[in-house]
Design a protein around this ligand. Structure first.
Ligand SMILES: [Zn+2]
Length: 174
């Protein structure tokens, strides 16, 4: 047996009985679910963890589970991820991005998913304490609250390039 450890590679996407993504789990937990007959293996890697037992990468539960709602924390990391690490004014993608309040704080703009966007330093300074309209700097995407923390988490893995095979189980993943 070859222990895959706890790296990103060894994470497993768990699908509900309906084939909708349910959560992301460790390979150990996924293997236990499969061995206990609670889940079936949908996709796997070449690597064997036991003789005749390849390392799963996608499994599906045999019984439907209701999905609880989970709040996504409003953090810099999560905001940058939502905006694909791109300035929402000029499209610059790269290091040194800042967070910009669409309606400036000085004018009552709050901290929310709808009022904070990623912006490069240049755009942030240029916009100053104006609204996008006043500054004539339209946003490329209207800022929104991500609709599901799971999709958010999955898109991070897929964009990271490690779990491309998960993409086909997620509708509307950008
Ligand atoms: Zn910019």
């Amino acid at each position: 047996m070859q222990d895959p450890g706890e790296c990103e590679m060894s994470k497993v996407l768990v699908l509900n009985a309906s084939y909708e993504p349910l959560n992301i789990t460790s390979w150990r937990r996924a293997v236990v679910l499969v061995i206990k007959g609670k889940a079936e293996q949908i996709e796997h890697r070449e690597q064997l963890i036991y003789p005749d037992f390849p390392l799963p990468t996608v499994i599906r539960l045999r019984h439907y589970v209701r999905i609880p709602y989970k709040e996504i924390p409003l953090t810099r990391r999560n905001l940058l991820h939502r905006d694909n690490h791109t300035c929402q004014y000029c499209g610059y993608a790269g290091d040194g991005l800042t967070l910009d309040h669409v309606l400036p704080r000085s004018r009552g703009g709050g901290d929310s998913w709808e009022n904070i966007v990623s912006a490069c330093v240049r755009c942030n300074v240029k916009k100053g304490s104006r609204t996008p309209k006043e500054a004539q700097m339209p946003l490329t995407n209207p800022p929104r609250k991500p609709h599901s923390s799971l999709y958010f988490e999955i898109s991070r893995h897929v964009r990271g390039g490690v779990h491309q095979e998960w993409r086909r189980y997620v509708i509307g993943l950008n």
